[in-house]
Design a protein around this ligand. Structure first.
Ligand SMILES: Cc1cc2nc3c(=O)[nH]c(=O)nc-3n(C[C@H](O)[C@H](O)[C@H](O)COP(=O)(O)OP(=O)(O)OC[C@H]3O[C@@H](n4cnc5c(N)ncnc54)[C@H](O)[C@@H]3O)c2cc1C
Length: 261
């Protein structure tokens, strides 16, 4: 079995984010990045399939600038066999469709049985790339996986739906599964794994290599980011003193005072 894992690199959760001078993106210099939290569960799920059957090949794929190499080396250190990095200035600024086109072109070359992706990106939260990728790759897909089991080409997915209810769906491979956080317990890359990762193949591709010249990137984006702005500074937080009971009573009084009840 071959499993492709889509990994997005996002600003580290503790990173201090400043808006770029042109107001359309964040200042990326001097901030730390990390693998999108949802994608760490996606990668772990693929590696567990490899634990079960060592003939399973796990390919980590990411679209982004030079900094993404670090995320892919981490994935190789955790146990992925190979990595594909689509690193091309022409691909920068791609909207969700552009990103999905690139990943679908890689999927066409790799021909995986399963594609694992995150339900959404921690930074842009679009939750759009995975279903778009599946559509462009012409494969079945489901999202919000909280439990995954596989048997004879059928993947059974327990997914969370409205109100915390669960729905169990079956998809035939090849398919894409977009995973929810909490799907599993994510492992850390071992020192031995990190050492081995240095020798594992990491292929770098361009839009042209994938036959996508002129079809991706900021130039081809159908959705343009007009502006981004930091969250508005909220009113001063108020500390409600006293015992738990007094604080609860104080909070209720405040809520009523604000007309929230
Ligand atoms: C400098 C800059 C400018 C941008 N300008 C625009 C713009 O003008 N318009 C616009 O719409 N978007 C723009 N984007 C891209 C946008 O930020 C999103 O990345 C893109 O729209 C996809 O949405 P998402 O990240 O919310 O992913 P989602 O739709 O939430 O998808 C989440 C899942 O898809 C997979 N995935 C997503 N991105 C990648 C990736 N790069 N590599 C591998 N797997 C991935 C992962 O598994 C991830 O968990 C820009 C990005 C940058 C860095």
């Amino acid at each position: 079995m071959k499993i492709m894992v889509c990994l997005k690199q996002v600003p580290h959760q503790d990173a201090r984010l400043d808006v770029r001078a042109d107001g359309t993106w964040i200042q990326e210099d001097n901030i730390k990045f990390e693998i999108n939290s949802y994608d760490t569960y996606a990668l772990e799920e693929a590696l567990r399939a490899k634990d079960e059957d060592d003939s399973t090949e796990v390919v980590a794929v990411s679209v982004g600038p030079d900094r993404v190499t670090q995320a892919l080396r981490t994935a190789l250190g955790m146990g992925a066999d190979r990595a594909v990095h689509v690193n091309d200035p022409e691909a920068q600024g791609s909207d969700a469709l552009g990103t999905a086109k690139i990943l679908a072109a890689v999927a066409k070359e790799e021909n995986p049985d399963i594609i694992y992706a995150g339900l959404m990106a921690d930074d842009d939260n679009l939750a759009a790339v995975p279903p778009m990728l599946a559509e462009l790759a012409g494969i079945a897909s489901t999202t919000g996986a909280l439990k995954v089991s596989k048997a004879n080409g059928t993947v059974t997915v327990d997914r969370e739906i409205e109100g915390g209810s669960h729905e169990v769906v079956e998809v035939q491979t090849p398919c894409l599964i977009a995973v929810q956080t909490g799907l599993n317990q994510v492992r850390y890359a071992s020192l031995k794994g990190i050492m081995k990762a240095k020798k594992k193949p990491l292929d770098v591709k361009t839009a042209a290599d994938l036959g996508l010249s002129g079809q991706v990137g900021a130039g081809a984006a159908k959705v343009k980011v007009e502006s981004i702005s930091p969250p508005p500074k909220g009113d001063r937080a108020e500390i409600i003193e006293g015992s738990a009971a007094e604080a609860a009573a104080g909070l209720m009084a405040k809520i009523k005072e604000l007309g929230l009840l």
